[in-house]
Each structure stands twice: as C-alpha cells, then as structure tokens.
Design a protein around this ligand. Structure first.
Ligand code: GDP
Length: 298
C-alpha cells in the first residue's frame, strides 16, 4: 500500500543524497533538513508540527557524535523514523474499557467523515475479536436516511440497533437505549450521533448533553484523512468542546498526502486509535505509530 507516495518519495530522496556521502557535514545535514521540512509541508502537515519535528531531528543528529560516528546517514534515517513514530504518539492506544459492562462508545464527527461506517466496523471488530455482543444506538434524528443507513450497516454484520425514529430527543433515545443494553447484558454500546457539514454550537451542545447522560468510556471522533488540515481543525474543534478520548482516521486508503495522520496527535494530544482503509466492514485497523512511520519512509 503506497498511501503517501509524494511524501515517501521526497523523504527517500532527501535521505538518499546523504547516503551517497562518506561523511555528512553540518551543511549536508542542513540541506537534508530543509528538504524534509519541505516534504512535510507539501504533505499538508501542520506547520508547528513540522517545525518541532525538524528541530528534534536536527538536535539529535547534531548531538551524540552522530555526524562523526559510523554510518551517519543510516543513523539519521533511524532518528527520522523514531521522531515520526513519536510525532504520531509512539504506541498504539487500546480502546478504553468500562470496569463493568457495558463499555459505552460514543461516535462523533462531521457528516460524511465515516462515522456510521466506522461504528459498524468497530462493532464487527468487537464481535470477531472478543465475541462481544454490541448494541448500536441510532441517535442521529436529523436525517431519516442516517437511521436507515445504520440499520443497514448493522443488519450486514448482524448487530442489533436500538432506535426510536426521528421524533424523539436524542438524549432520550440514548437513555432508553442504555436501559435496553443493561437489560440485555450487552457488553458494548455504540452510539451513532448526528453530524453536520461544519461544527456548530447546537450540535456540540447536543453531543455534550449525550455525553453528560451516557458517561461514555470512549468518545471516538471520526475524521476524514483526505481533508488534511481541515481534519486537524475539526479534531481541535470537537476536542475543545467534548474532550474526546480518541480519533479514528478514515479514508486513509484515499489519502495521498498524510498530513492529518502526522498532525492530529501532536496538535490535539489525543491518540489516533484506529484507521479506516476502505469501505468494507473489515477495513478498520488499529493505528500503530511505528508501522505508520515505516510506511511513510517506504
Ligand atoms: P457519516 O456521515 O460520518 O456517518 O459517514 P458515512 O459512514 O456515511 O461514510 C461516508 C462515506 O465514506 C461512505 O460512502 C462510506 O462508505 C465512506 N467511507 C467511510 N470510511 C471509509 C474508509 O475508510 N475508506 C473509504 N474509501 N471510504 C470510507
């Protein structure tokens, strides 16, 4: 999978020039860092993230006798790899679990980001990996099609949906849905909430009300990787209002640049927990920063 072709190629070129040299001078390093900086900016990585990244790599490369040591080029590649990994959060962060069932997962995000699809993918994953019995709650009452879509997704993976149509207040739907999950001993509840085309106050208030009622163990924000810096801004907006616990980066299969993947953790402080890599229900993967760094470096 060559998701971030441009970035990979430019980073490889920058490092290849170093490799050709027997000895790496400070000015060689400066030139390489300039190229890495431009490669990251062209990939739509957040400006501050790029600045911090380049500073970190340069400091490490200048220190500890890297330039005077054996294989300086190889050591610099290793530093870049490690710093990319660090920028994306170092370690995979697992889903939060409730001490006592059900674990409540609230899905939030803008319309079209992939919230409903991801809710289904997650339910299937929990079913397959943990033999879990999730219940999904349809709390998007603004678009009748949204409930139909969730019902369809859920039918395809054989997971029950709690719904009360579009005439009941979403907070009340969630309250009754949670009561049903309690009665049926579901071990997970996945709440599909409304999205809008943009962040607006009314939506945020509604989501905050659902959060206050449900006390979710996990608030998963889905953002579309293909929207680059807009995905990062969206993540900041949702996080400011809801204090999300994790991010799902969707449509990574169509993301040719990589800016969102590289920026979101550093900008919001919140971990990317999963990545969506296709429309199929099985195409949800745990996000591993080290593997993503390797993929970026090619
Ligand atoms: P919602 O409005 O946030 O609930 O978004 P949907 O779940 O309806 O998804 C919007 C569109 O994006 C649908 O056509 C999905 O099939 C598609 N989609 C969701 N996740 C992915 C993904 O990881 N990769 C690709 N290629 N498409 C996705």
């Amino acid at each position: 999978l060559m998701a971030f072709e441009g970035l990979t190629e430019r980073l490889q070129n920058a490092m290849r020039k170093l490799r050709g040299k027997g000895k790496v001078s400070e000015s060689d390093l400066r030139e390489t860092m300039r190229e890495i900086r431009l490669a990251l900016l062209a990939a739509d990585v957040n400006f501050t993230v790029v600045k911090d990244f380049v500073k970190q790599v340069r400091e490490r490369a200048m220190g500890a006798d890297v330039l005077e040591g054996l294989n300086p080029a190889q050591q610099i590649v290793k530093i870049v790899d490690e710093e990319l990994t660090k920028t994306m959060g170092d370690e995979a962060v697992p889903l939060n679990k409730a001490p006592k069932i059900p674990t409540i997962i609230m899905m939030v995000g803008l319309q079209g980001a992939g919230k409903t699809t991801t809710a289904g993918k997650l339910a299937l994953r929990l079913k397959n990996e943990e033999k879990a019995r999730p219940l999904m709650i349809a709390a998007d009452v603004y678009r009748p099609a949204a409930i139909d879509q969730l019902v369809q997704v859920a039918a395809g993976i054989d997971v029950p949906v709690f719904q009360l149509g579009t005439d009941v207040d979403p907070v009340e739907i969630v309250r009754q849905g949670l009561a049903q999950a309690e009665a049926n001993h579901n071990d997970y509840v996945i709440i599909d909430t409304a999205g809008r085309l943009q962040i607006d106050e009314q939506l945020m208030d509604e989501l905050a009300n659902i959060k206050a009622l449900a006390h979710p163990n996990e608030i998963l924000l889905t953002v579309d990787a293909m929207t680059g810096q807009n995905a990062v801004a969206t993540a900041e907006g949702f996080n400011d209002k809801l204090d999300v616990t994790g991010v799902v980066l969707t449509k990574l299969d169509g993301d040719t640049r990589g800016g969102a993947a590289l920026s979101i953790r550093a900008v919001t402080g919140k971990p990317i927990k999963f990545i969506g890599q296709g429309e199929k229900m099985t195409q949800l993967d745990v996000f591993h920063p080290d593997r993503m760094a390797s993929r970026i470096l090619g």
